[in-house]
Design a protein around this ligand. Structure first.
Ligand code: C2O
Ligand code: CU
Ligand code: CU
Length: 561
């Protein structure tokens, strides 16, 4: 191998090197400038999306309202509640009167206290000037008592739901469910909490003094017009507000004793998802999910709540430090950025300032165990049903939908949400231009989509083929999450659930037991709990029957109950 006889340098003429250098010299500031611009815009975007508070300037000077609690009255051994739904006005923002609707008051409703084993009657009086219904979200009730779109209450009329409470202690809630107008009615203020207690929950060493160390927190986003009216503005197919209310209180402050406090959170928003934590990053313990206690307290610093979901947490305030309950932009990176971009941002939101004061009692302890959750055995499942969210909309008769109910009504699919929805005229107006389907179909109140055999265990495979997250809710049952994309659920998802968040591309397998309440005529619902999606047809209906084979091939009609 011959050595290079000539020094390298002399190969390249000096002027070429000079030329390259001058070109580089000329380019250098441009390149550096461009890099700086890129870096700056990345930092700015990061700041805008992840750091900047979306609702700044709150002074937290309004005492957090605590909805009154109601134990009803016991009449002939039945616990009776009277709920009157009516319009009202309420001052949320200083000096502005907001037209609202509520239950036994202008905004939201009383927290109903139920006990396992009791018979209850819930008398709902509709004093609105439009039809409504009242649904007991998370409660195991007969279909005729479920307050779905089929149990209509006309203006001036009343309706009574009667059932036995036979499920464990759980933080449930109630809200209207008229097809096409659920979102509007809830947005105006119609909804409330419904908590079940039982002997087991009584025996746990947990804070339970309502409004003192056991605090309900209904989290909602609203948008206000200049004159104080609620603005119901659909963006990206749903309603997102820029102003946070907790229990209907704007810029709220909560004073608690400096000890362990129980917060019972409900995401009562139409569409917004929250990733809740404290601004000092403190850890706390989640103790319950939608349908009851976890096995054991779960130490964490975040709780994810999609619309309809609940969580109970225990927070230790004994350090006496003031903290702000916040929501953080913690969806997937791409989702966080795009949702921010289109103006529905997952949000860096201030919710509630909490100020501890000196305690008058010693703190409750932290129970080691709460409630054992027996896992439902997947090998016992009698049936597996796909639930494809936001896949292609099937046109034509049922059956082509692949998931045609055995109840076999002719489907009127493909009307996809242009304006009204059939026989009931203007009342059933849809919100957006196009409905998002489940299993290729949008909601048809006259069509049964699924028929379940009483007593069966079933697995539903809920997959999201769309580009935005959908919280999937099933009436009648509390289910367990088997897995998410083939992986075991997170610790917080090991609890009893009736609503599960399914982000784009996810496949969540849920398992449930249908051990009560057959009715061959009146269906239950499953749907996305983003209320505008639901109103716009992202909902289906299932029957629970003793023997699906006995259902006639052409059942007469879907009864209202
Ligand atoms: Cu909370 Cu069918 O709903
Ligand atoms: Cu429900
Ligand atoms: Cu949805």
């Amino acid at each position: 191998m011959a050595a290079d006889p000539v020094p390298r340098k002399s190969i390249r003429p000096e002027h070429a090197k000079r030329f390259r250098e001058t070109r580089f010299q000329r380019m250098k500031p441009i390149v550096i400038g461009l890099l700086a611009i890129v870096l700056l815009s990345v930092l700015t975007c990061y700041w805008l999306v992840f750091i900047r508070v979306t609702n700044p300037g709150l002074t937290f000077e309004n005492e957090l309202q605590i909805p009154e609690q109601s134990f009803g009255t016991v009449v002939d051994g039945r616990r009776q509640f009277h709920l009157t739904v009516a319009e009202g006005t309420r001052e949320f923002l200083p000096g502005k009167q907001t037209p609202t609707a509520g239950v036994n008051g202008p905004y939201l409703g009383p927290t109903l206290r139920l006990r396992r084993g009791e018979d209850v009657d819930l008398v709902v009086q509709n004093n609105l000037d439009e039809m409504t219904t009242m649904h007991w979200h998370g409660m195991h009730v007969p279909a005729r008592m479920d307050g779905t779109p089929h149990q209509e209450i006309e203006p001036g009329e009343s309706w009574t739901a009667s059932f036995e409470v036979h499920q464990q202690a759980a933080p449930l809630w109630y809200h209207p469910h008229p097809h096409g107008t659920t979102g509007r009615q809830v947005y105006r203020g119609v909804s409330g909490l419904m908590w079940i207690d039982d002997d087991h929950s009584d025996a746990l060493d947990l804070p339970r003094t309502y409004g003192v160390d056991d605090i309900p927190l209904v989290i909602q986003d609203r948008e206000f017009d200049g004159d104080g009216a609620f603005r119901f503005a659909v963006n990206q197919g749903a309603v997102y507000g820029n102003t946070m209310l907790v229990n209907g209180t704007w810029s709220p402050l909560l004073r608690v004793e400096a000890r362990r406090i129980r917060l019972r959170l409900l995401n009562g928003s139409n569409a917004r998802i929250y990733y809740i934590g404290f601004d000092d990053g403190r850890e706390f313990h989640q103790i319950a999910t939608d349908g009851g206690f976890l096995d054991a307290p779960l130490q964490t610093n975040r709780v994810t709540l999609a619309p309809g979901e609940r969580a109970e947490v225990l927070v230790d305030f004994s350090d006496g430090a003031e903290v702000v309950l916040r929501s953080y932009p913690e969806a997937g990176l791409l989702e966080t950025i795009t949702s921010h971009w289109v103006g529905i941002g997952t949000g860096n939101l201030q919710l509630l300032k909490i100020v501890p004061k000196s305690p008058t009692r010693v703190s409750h302890g932290l129970p080691e165990r709460l409630n054992p959750i027996p896992r439902i055995d997947a090998s016992q499942a009698a049936k597996t049903r796909p639930m494809v969210l936001a896949g292609p909309l099937q046109r034509g008769p049922e059956g082509q939908g692949g998931q045609g109910g055995r109840g076999g009504r002719a489907a009127r699919v493909g009307q996809g949400g242009q304006g009204r929805q059939g026989e009931q005229g203007g009342r059933r107006q849809r919100v957006g231009p196009a409905g998002i389907p489940i299993n290729g179909k949008t909601m048809d109140m006259a069509r049964i989509d699924e028929v379940v055999r009483l007593g069966d265990i079933e697995i539903w495979e809920v997959s999201n083929r769309g580009g935005q997250p959908h919280p999937f809710h099933v009436h009648l049952v509390q289910f367990q999450i088997l897995d998410r994309n083939g992986r075991p659920p997170s610790a917080a998802e090991l609890g009893w659930k009736d609503t599960v968040l399914v982000p784009p591309g996810d496949l969540v397998r849920i398992i449930m037991r249908f051990d009560r309440y057959a009715d061959p005529q009146v269906p239950y619902m499953y749907h996305c709990h983003i209320m505008e999606h639901e109103d716009n047809g992202m909902m289906g209906q299932f029957l629970v029957v003793e023997d699906p084979a006995l259902l006639s091939k052409s059942p007469s009609h879907v009864a209202g109950g």
